[in-house]
Ligand binder design. Structure first.
Ligand SMILES: Nc1ncnc2c1ncn2[C@@H]1O[C@H](COP(=O)(O)OP(=O)(O)OP(=O)(O)O)[C@@H](O)[C@H]1O
Ligand SMILES: [Mg+2]
Length: 155
């Protein structure tokens, strides 16, 4: 069959980095670099348990994008928009109980748009995330240490 769409670059998949952060500041600095280098349309899909540092990552990415507004951890909002040179769409999907709930929310419009999307609890949107995303997995390895893995899942 004829392919109408060819997605270049999607074949570059796999692990990008595996980093141990020893403090909140180190995580912020790491995230800031990601934000600084983020191109329009970038999607950061973050997975990690409660208090692992997902919001700290979001704050660092925002700072790297030149956004100085305080990024908060939304409790009752699923998404917050911050206007920067490139807009930041900050999602917190904690309250999503099954991916079907996302059907009416049209988040894909943002994830496929020209802003930078940062999604906390990205696993709650399993099967709905764009193939070109950068997956960030944070694992708590100690009181103040975290393993941060970046990957391009490509699916
Ligand atoms: N190396 C580290 N990197 C990031 N955060 C750290 C680190 N060490 C300690 N912390 C602490 O862990 C907490 C991370 O909180 P944060 O709100 O970012 O987590 P979260 O994953 O967003 O949680 P939630 O699931 O509730 O949204 C902060 O209190 C932070 O100070
Ligand atoms: Mg959070």
């Amino acid at each position: 069959m004829l392919a109408f769409i060819r997605h270049h670059g999607a074949e570059c998949t796999g692990m990008i980095s595996n980093f141990i952060s020893h403090s909140e500041e180190e995580t912020r600095a790491f995230a800031e670099k990601l934000g600084m280098n983020a191109l329009p349309g970038a999607v950061f899909a973050i997975t990690g348990g409660l208090g692992s540092g997902k919001t700290i990552m979001a704050k660092g990415i925002a700072r790297g994008m030149g956004i100085h507004e305080e990024i908060t951890s939304p409790t009752f909002t699923l998404m917050e928009i911050y206007e920067g040179t490139i807009p930041l769409y900050h999602f917190d999907l904690y309250r999503i109980e099954n991916p079907g709930e996302l059907d009416q929310l049209f988040f894909e419009e943002y994830w496929e748009g020209d802003g930078v999307s940062v999604i906390e609890w990205a696993e709650k949107a399993a099967g709905r995330l764009p193939a070109g995303r950068t997956a960030i997995t944070i694992e708590r390895t100690g009181e103040t240490s975290r393993r941060i893995i970046l990957e391009r899942p490509g699916d």
